[in-house]
Design a protein around this ligand. Sequence first.
Ligand code: UD1
Length: 402
Amino acid sequence: MPGAKNSVLKLMAACLMADGDFTLTNVPDIADVVTMSDLLSAIGLRIDHDTAHGKLTITNPGGLSLVAPYELVERIRASINVLGPLLGRFGEVRIALPGGDDFGSRPIDMHLNGLMQMGAEFTIRHGDVHAFAEQLHGADITLDFPSVGATENLITAAVFAKGATTIDNAAREPEIVDLCNMLVAMGASIEGIGSTTISIHGVERNALRPTTHAVIPDRVQAATYIAAAAITGSEVLVRGALPEHMEMLLRRFDDMGITVEPQHNGVLVVGPEKLKSIDVVTLPFPGVATDYKPLVVTLLAVGDGVGIVTENLYPGRFRYVDELGRLGANIRTDGHHAVVRGVPRLSGAPVRAPDIRAGAALVVAGLVAEGETVVSDVHHIDRGYDDLVGRLASLGADITRV
Ligand code: UD1
């Protein structure tokens, strides 16, 4: 399984935190890595991506520019992850307000409030956030909601703060654990990794050293291949998938009649003859991640009854439902809920990928839709999938990229 998009982008940003040569391995060959490389290069890092070996060599020569320009920031949400490292280490940064997937409002108030508690000051002008703090200090911060990005920015900023910082109601996604593990290898002092309370003891601004780190496998890509096996009633070994990173999702898959057996080198999936319909709720980790939801809705679209999917993170994240409707799915949405009535068979049609995960889910739907399905706007899928077409084709799917 290629490395996780939502991990590698943050690990790349963490290379701002020490001068010298870093190596990241198991790096996925995805467009967002290129965008993040462009952003970090603009700030002053030197980056070499050996796509053949999934390796990034990143040199931080020092003397960085503390500006993250709009043209790059607006392309990916993870660009906001340069805020904590730069503000913590250099006491100043100017960053355009971030963009990313177009699935609802994505404010950064929790990032800014937490940093203010650590002594930062902000002004927002002409679409940029200017952040200042001669020296951040430790603080006891309780997040309103376990935000992934806010947890990450507060951790990276706190690494250079004077004294101790505690983050309560912290997010605990596997990608945050991966970031913390890399920071600890660099010399940071972090306790409570993977729990809802994280404590960081600040170190001097030049105390960290570069490191070599392997990116954890991408659990959403893994779930995509599990869903592909499930919907086609096939048996597939998803190599490198870590079941402990998707426990709750695998429980729901089990309820749907999908067998997922952990093996020493991944998970073996056996799809049922007919998928059972169930209700699913998205929640922060360890709950079923919102990023899996388009896949779940797609499976339910051909289930044997009615399933209700409730979205708790992004109210607007049901736009792909209209596209699934073009394939014959029977789905009604109402606010945070989607009521999915299984149909016996989908039917192929031209559809558009509205974002990364929904795009991949439409491809999965196309595997069982009668006739031909043409998915356009696949640049969205390229942002987060490392050769989706090639991997599915190698499993026997009749799929080509045109
Ligand atoms: C990350 C993932 C994304 C995933 C999401 C939730 C990356 C690059 N992206 O996004 O794929 O879907 O976690 O698992 O890692 N919020 C606020 N104020 C804030 C921060 C967040 O209101 O300051 C809200 C957001 O609008 C959203 C919710 O909190 O409704 C969750 O956001 P968050 O956990 O921060 O997600 P991201 O880090 O943006």
